[in-house]
Design a protein around this ligand. Structure first.
Ligand code: CO
Ligand code: CO
Length: 302
């Protein structure tokens, strides 16, 4: 029912809609338990982005057996299992391979009810645009790695990456959202563009309302961003229009690749109250960052 190009594939088997996705990342934090948990939150996110419920997980692990002992792997898996449990999913197997570069992730299987299915396409003119996590995981983790900012700034980033998109997904479904996607490797701009193209509409993003983590604005303005942000911006530039007041730093922050980022949701105006209520009930946060207008797949940042 849904093929490549969305957050997850959806396959109908008899009366069941299966949601299938896989995601693998390289370490972004030192602590194995925390990294395992972030990997799990990041992998189940694609199922939540489809309005689905994750059920089972298969772990995929690549590591050099001479560099990492069983203790590290045990803690990595414990972090993962705990986070999967919080998401409502169960680790039922996996595969490991000898690899010089450490990597870890999951293939996740879930289900979705047909009426709840949220594709990345489907946004309509008049919808408002919501984002459920601040941006900056790529910029901050790379700045900490390079020693440009204090390590304690990572706390906010880690908490954000650890938080599941479950509440946001349920809120979006119950409020009648028309489209949703999670903001990950292509940055807000890239994922917004995918939504705009797929939905045959334009998206207006009001830059001042886009939430950023601490120091991200300053770092981006100084050009201290990961390569991925530059690449994403390059890729999106052809289909994006920026007002004169939008600087290079703003553009880079909007293009920052996210790990375990929030949901970008197109919601009809009439669903706002219900969404707000559901998010408050689940202690989730969100920001109104723009709106959907008629068009042919462009992003307007003003
Ligand atoms: Co995704
Ligand atoms: Co993904």
């Amino acid at each position: 029912m849904v093929g490549p190009g969305d957050d997850a594939g959806v396959f109908r088997y008899k009366d069941t809609l299966m949601v299938e996705t896989v995601d693998i990342i390289t370490p972004i934090v030192d602590d194995p338990y925390t990294f395992g948990a972030i990997c799990a939150a990041n992998s189940v996110s694609d199922v939540f982005a489809m309005g689905g419920t994750p059920l089972t997980a298969l772990a995929i692990l690549g590591f050099a057996t001479c560099d990492f002992g069983p203790d590290v792997i045990k803690r990595l898996l414990k972090g993962a299992v705990d986070k999967l449990h919080e998401a409502g999913a169960c680790l039922i197997g996996g595969h490991s391979i000898e690899d010089n570069e450490f990597k870890f992730g999951f293939a996740i299987s879930g289900v979705v009810e047909k009426k709840n299915l949220l594709k990345a396409r489907g946004a309509k003119a008049g919808d408002i645009l919501l984002l459920t996590k601040p941006l900056g995981t790529g910029i901050l983790t790379s700045a900490v790695k390079k020693g440009k900012v204090k390590k304690r700034l990572l706390r906010e980033v880690i908490d954000s990456m650890l938080s599941l998109n479950k509440t946001a997904s349920k809120a979006a479904v119950s409020a009648g959202a028309r489209a949703a996607t999670d903001v990950t490797g292509f940055g807000l701009l890239g994922h917004a563009l995918n939504m705009a193209k797929g939905s045959h509409i334009n998206l207006i993003i009001n830059n001042d309302t886009v939430p950023l983590m601490s120091k991200v604005k300053e770092l981006a303005a100084a050009g201290a961003v990961p390569k991925g942000a530059v690449k994403n911006l390059e890729f999106c530039s052809r289909n994006s229009y920026f007002s004169e007041n939008i600087g290079e730093g703003d553009k880079l922050a909007l293009s920052d690749p996210q790990t375990s980022g929030g949901l970008l949701i197109a919601l009809p105006q009439k669903g706002v109250k219900k969404f707000d209520h559901a998010m408050k009930k689940g202690s989730g946060s969100y920001w109104v960052i723009g709106e959907v207008v008629k068009g042919a797949g462009k992003i307007i940042v003003q």
